[in-house]
Design a protein around this ligand. Structure first.
Ligand SMILES: [Cu+2]
Length: 151
C-alpha cells in the first residue's frame, strides 16, 4: 500500500500537534496569608490550556481562624456574590464550600491551614474572558479575590 505525500504529512502533523498540545502546561503559584491577601490577583492563560496551580497558605494563624482555599468560578459568576451565596448556603470555617454550590465552580483546592500546600490541575475554559477566583472561608471574599483571564 502506497501513501501519498499528503497523507504522510497529515499523519505526522497530527502527532506533532497532539504532542505540542500535551506539552503546554501553565504553572502558577499563588499564596494566601494572614492578612487575607492573595499574592497573585491576576494571571493570563490560553483557551483550553492545562494549568497547574500550586496554592500555599503562607500564614501562621490556625486553620479554624484563618484557613484559605482557592476556588475558580465559572464565567459570569461574581466572586463577591458567590461569597455571599456561600454564607447563605451554610458555609462555615469547617465547610467553606458547600457541595450544593459546586455547579458554579471550575476547580478548587481544599481549605489549607498554615504552611499547607496543594496543587490542582485543570483545563482552562475554552471560552475567552475573565474568570474570577476567590477564597470562600467565611468573610474572606471581601479581600481574597482575583481574575484568571483566558485570551
Ligand atoms: Cu482565605
Amino acid at each position: 500500500m502506497q501513501f501519498t505525500n499528503i497523507q504522510l504529512l497529515a499523519f505526522f502533523s497530527f502527532f506533532i500537534f497532539a504532542h505540542a498540545e500535551e506539552e503546554i502546561t501553565r504553572e502558577i503559584i499563588i499564596s494566601g496569608n494572614d492578612a487575607m491577601q492573595f499574592d497573585v490577583k491576576k494571571f493570563v492563560t490560553a483557551p483550553g490550556e492545562k494549568i497547574h496551580i500550586t496554592f500555599k497558605n503562607v500564614g501562621s494563624l490556625p486553620k479554624i481562624a484563618m484557613g484559605h482555599n482557592l476556588v475558580f468560578l465559572k464565567k459570569g459568576i461574581d466572586a463577591v456574590a458567590f461569597g455571599q451565596k456561600v454564607l447563605a448556603s451554610g458555609g462555615s470555617a469547617t465547610n467553606p464550600l458547600p457541595k450544593s454550590l459546586l455547579g458554579d465552580v471550575i476547580a478548587h483546592t481544599k481549605l489549607l491551614g498554615p504552611s499547607e500546600t496543594e496543587t490542582i490541575t485543570f483545563q482552562a475554559p475554552k471560552t475567552k474572558g475573565d474568570y474570577q477566583y476567590v477564597c470562600t472561608f467565611p468573610g474572606h471574599f471581601a479581600m481574597m479575590r482575583g481574575t484568571m483571564e483566558v485570551k
